[in-house]
Design a protein around this ligand. Structure first.
Ligand SMILES: [Zn+2]
Length: 257
């Protein structure tokens, strides 16, 4: 089978991959994954991310942003570094940015401030945003809505919310990033995927996390995108090739061809 896939969210620059990154990319390419979009976390990994992009030109593409879980006491400094990078060169997106109330609620106000600020930068540079939202969907949707005057676009990455939330996201002109969770035994996500249009879905692995069945529990890598697209095709009752083609077209609309 000759699929053409895009992994819209993969942390291949992480320590988990330093030993075998060439083989990881090669395995993914053998499964049809042509592009890898790299979401930023914070200044600890910016250099590794940008180096990976340089090592695989035309294949790996960096985003820039401050992850909500990295919004700590020093977040103003971190945001200043993000601003510097955005001013220095072009990035494919501002991401990953957003709100995470699951791990720690100490910095909720700062997370919201950082989210607002980074959305404004994305609007300024006319690039999409990639959103991380955990236990915070209502606030995330509200903040995106506040900034949506027609030109804001992007992805709610690793979407696992309700159909109602999916609908609100789609109404905002945003896409749902669907990953390994769609293959898990106990998930309502398949019903959501079944109910929404393929026009609003992009594929992601979130490597090294959220590994799909049958490798759940092991390190995730972009070649496993195949299990995600196969499951989506099964749920939508369409050929895998069509699910691949449609999600790839969507990713190109977001990030550019
Ligand atoms: Zn991520």
């Amino acid at each position: 089978m000759n699929l053409q896939l895009i992994d819209t969210h993969t942390h291949l620059y992480g320590n988990e991959f330093t030993k075998d990154i060439k083989a990881v990319i090669e395995r993914a390419e053998n499964e049809g994954v042509q592009r890898f979009y790299l979401p930023a976390i914070d200044s600890e990994t910016h250099d590794a991310m940008i180096q990976l992009e340089a090592d695989f030109p035309g294949k790996c593409f960096a985003m820039m942003g401050l992850h909500p879980c990295s919004v700590k006491d020093d977040y103003k400094q971190e945001l200043a570094l993000v601003a510097d990078w955005l001013g220095k060169r072009a990035f494919k997106a501002v991401g990953e940015i957003g709100l995470d109330y699951y791990w720690d609620k100490t910095f909720v106000d700062a997370q919201q401030e950082a989210f607002h600020q980074q959305i404004e930068w994305a609007l300024h540079y006319q690039v999409p945003i990639v959103i991380h939202s955990r236990d915070s969907m209502a606030d995330s949707i509200r903040i995106v809505r506040e900034h949506q005057k027609g030109s804001l676009r992007g992805i709610f990455h690793c979407f696992t919310g309700t159909l109602e939330e999916a609908q609100q996201i789609i109404d905002l002109g945003f896409y749902l990033g669907i990953g390994g969770v769609v293959t898990y035994k106990n998930t309502h996500l398949r019903e959501v995927v079944k109910a929404v249009s393929m026009d609003n879905i992009v594929l992601e692995t979130d490597s090294p996390y959220l590994t799909p069945v049958p490798f759940r529990g092991k390190r995730n890598e972009s070649s496993y995108l195949k299990y995600v697209v196969e499951k989506i095709a099964e749920v939508k009752e369409i050929p895998v090739e069509e699910a691949a083609r449609l999600t790839t077209e969507n990713a190109k609309k977001i990030f550019g061809a």
